[in-house]
Design a protein around this ligand. Structure first.
Ligand code: ZN
Length: 248
């Protein structure tokens, strides 16, 4: 089975469309690791698409807040404004869809998916000690996570050594492959579709072939300016508009 793995789309329809064009014909099922909404200008179009097209989807912290299951106190100013704006615009159908989304971890095939971490959907895994803690508690040898908006992740080899997985996808290179080996453990992030924060503004995603145990990290350019224009038309905070140019 070939899985298209999407995370942190964040209402960015331009980026999602570029991802789907690049991934067309390369997958059998679609998984979403949460944060469908928040930050971006197209919450309904993106949620409609996720609702109708993904085989499995878990919620993220922005989804939870946008449908009223959580208050906004844990978000910074820009995040708060965008979620309040989103809340007012979501259709009843999309609000209901976000409300019923399960939290991770969820098992599929030979792996699990989570939003932030195994024990806490809001926890950011960005340091090696935190990653090691996750790797020591895996039920499956492979877990996909999101939330940090950094493409890559961590692996532990058969001797218990931790390594960071950092795909090198310089400009012009669209994919980097990782062969998963038996006896090794993997905690991997497909990157963010709609708001990358790893210094590369291109939309990020991954494709995992569970039979071949082969993972591809992808980066695709999209029209960042089009999303930025839409955000300005919607009156979303300028700090959120600007960061898309830098992937920060
Ligand atoms: Zn996110």
């Amino acid at each position: 089975m070939r899985y298209l793995i999407l995370s942190d789309i964040h209402s960015n329809l331009e980026a999602l469309q570029a991802v789907l064009t690049a991934a067309a014909g390369r997958h059998d099922d679609i998984l979403c690791l949460g944060d469908i909404v928040g930050y971006g200008p197209d919450p309904n179009a993106v949620t409609d698409w996720v609702r109708l097209n993904t085989g499995t989807c878990i919620r993220g912290n922005h989804d939870r807040a946008a449908c009223g299951l959580d208050d906004l106190s844990r978000f910074n100013y820009g995040g708060r404004v965008a979620i309040a704006w989103t809340q007012e615009r979501l259709t009843p159908e999309n609000l209901q869809f976000l409300k019923q989304l399960p939290s991770g971890p969820l098992r599929r095939d030979d792996f699990q998916i989570v939003h932030g971490s195994l024990g806490d959907e809001d926890k950011y895994i960005v340091t090696q000690p935190d990653a090691l803690e996750q790797l020591r508690h895996l039920e499956t040898e492979l877990v996909f996570f999101g939330h940090s908006h950094h493409q890559g992740g961590y692996m532990e080899d058969a001797n218990g050594y931790l390594q960071e997985v950092k795909p090198s996808l310089f400009r012009g290179r669209s994919l980097a492959a990782l062969e998963l080996l038996p006896g090794e453990k993997y905690f991997l992030n497909p990157g963010s579709v709609g708001q990358p924060r790893d210094g590369d503004p291109r939309a990020a995603f991954a494709i995992y072939d569970s039979e071949r145990r082969h993972l591809e990290y992808w980066r695709v350019p999209y029209c960042v300016e089009a999303t930025q224009r839409r955000m300005q038309e919607c009156g979303l905070p300028e700090s959120l508009v600007e960061r898309l140019s830098f992937g920060r």
